[in-house]
Design a protein around this ligand. Sequence first.
Ligand code: ATP
Ligand code: MG
Length: 393
Amino acid sequence: MNEASIPLPIPPGDWLGMIGGGQLGRMYCHAAQSLGYKVAVLDPDAQSPAGAVADLHIRAAYDDPVGLRQLAERCKAITTEFENVPAQSLETLASVSLVRPGAHSVAIVQDRIREKAFIESTGVPVAPYAAIHAQQDIDAVPEDLFPGILKAARLGYDGKGQARVNTREEARQALQAFGGVACVLEALLPLASELSVVMARAADGQAVFYPSARNEHRDGILAVSIVDAQLADQAIAIQAANAALAIAEGLRYVGVMCVEFFVLQDGRLIANEIAPRPHNSGHYTMNASVCSQFEQQVRVTAGMPLGDTASLCSVVMLNILGDVWFDRASGLKREPDWTAVLAVPGAKLHLYGKSEARRGRKMGHVNVLGATLAEAESAASRVALALDIPFQP
Ligand code: ATP
Ligand code: MG
């Protein structure tokens, strides 16, 4: 069997495959199961959030031939929840099953050097940057890349594998500290705000977009995403959606994808990076959109019609990090006050079932809904207070 011989759509009752056992895989399982599908998750971790809710958990490494074969034999279509899955594994699976997104797209996106060059090739602006393969490359970069950020080309997330560098000398030191791995050095830009667009593109080229979310990061980790349902057709949101479409079409992408953008102080829109999967900034769609980004991923994987991305209301998404389990004054571990969170009208709590809370670890999120943004923000302030999360409406 190969891709062309798999009859589409894949009906509910059949198996879908997920590579990766994190929270994105878990929420995919929930969405697939509520449509009547069964899900097999491939992940080596016995405690993984997705493995715990999957219909079948194949405990094997992402490049384990036996695990991959088991997954492919069970599932007609397979997707992924993280960009660091070996592109070779997707290639192998694609000889037996439908794989969405394809290995070609993931291979580009998982390498910042290829990703930046690719985005530029579609005509969408990126931050001024240089590819760094060795110390000599740092000697040659233009002075206007400083102050800058050195980012490891592969395997970074949540600001890990990144260092702010003010001078060429600091860049040399940072590169050495990263063990000399391939990097991009990009100019530190004056940001006015950050936004992201989650979209889905089907095999026939049809695409749908969710309203763009305004994102706030703390210490390189997403903290808050906000969607004002009344502002969905702002000019900058339309510009971002068009840029995301150009990128998706250039990749001949099939699946759910997110593009993170910077809005500069002079109003320019710059693409930061692509996630070949649902995204933390799209978690708001679970409660504030007709079809969530995870249901969307199920639909695209199964070859079903794309879902309705219309907004139901305004929403503030607050990420819940492991920090919330540590009392601010004493530093001692405590259980967060879930009762107080659930007492707030409009608050929808999602916890990922991770057994150990560590600082900086994503443990869950709350979508706080409101008929207007002001209403959502005022309820979000109460949730933030209950969890001791900083939030300024
Ligand atoms: P994640 O996987 O969580 O998205 P990441 O590790 O891939 O994070 P980036 O998205 O590259 O990292 O950067 C994280 C954050 O750091 C950005 O959202 C932004 O706030 C800030 N940042 C990154 N690059 C720049 C830049 N060139 N100029 C200014 N700020 C930046
Ligand atoms: Mg990012």
